[in-house]
Design a protein around this ligand. Structure first.
Ligand code: DAT
Ligand code: MG
Length: 149
């Protein structure tokens, strides 16, 4: 089954949106397989955002993501990479439709509340970067047959 990596960024945690955001994914039917609360190191932040290291906002992005705790999540489900991105909205919250996480709660691009992997390849890379294999739990979701036919 497909997996994606989600992070509730420092602004989402500070604004008390952790429960709200997790609830949206749970209610959609996606299954939690990894969950932790951590202070992100400089090294992890730089690796996570390596694709942006030449961009002018890179320094600010790393400073922001390491500024206060983050909730790291791995979700599993059919089509979860693309669907989690759709549920988040687009990078700039002001351009994100109402009903999306960024569209409902954000204004500035540098305070867009949530990260989500943008492809299967990114998801694989990010899950391996943020979680040790033993932190990802195999468990039977007993509601599974009420979510999937
Ligand atoms: P996304 O988080 O939607 O995948 P991204 O990977 O292009 O977007 O960028 C990573 C983060 O960097 C993004 O969530 C917020 C920040 N960012 C992106 N473009 C920016 C810009 N033009 N100015 C400031 N911050 C930016
Ligand atoms: Mg991205």
């Amino acid at each position: 089954m497909e997996r994606t990596f989600i992070a509730i960024k420092p602004d989402g945690v500070q604004r008390g949106l952790v429960g709200e955001i997790l609830q949206r994914f749970e209610r959609r039917g996606f299954k939690l397989v990894g969950l932790k609360f951590l202070q992100v190191s400089e090294a992890l932040a730089q690796k996570h955002y390596a694709e942006h290291k030449e961009r002018p906002f890179f320094g600010g992005l790393v400073a922001f993501i390491t500024s206060s705790p983050v909730v790291a999540v791995v979700l599993e489900g059919k089509g979860v990479v693309a669907t989690a991105r759709a549920m988040m909205g687009v990078t700039n919250p002001l351009n994100s439709p109402l009903g999306t996480i960024r569209g409902d709660y954000g204004i500035d691009i540098g305070r867009n509340i949530i990260h989500g992997s943008d492809s299967l390849e990114s998801a694989e890379r990010e899950i391996a970067l943020w979680f040790a294999p033993e932190e990802l739990l195999e468990w039977q979701a007993t509601l599974g047959s009420w979510v999937y036919e």
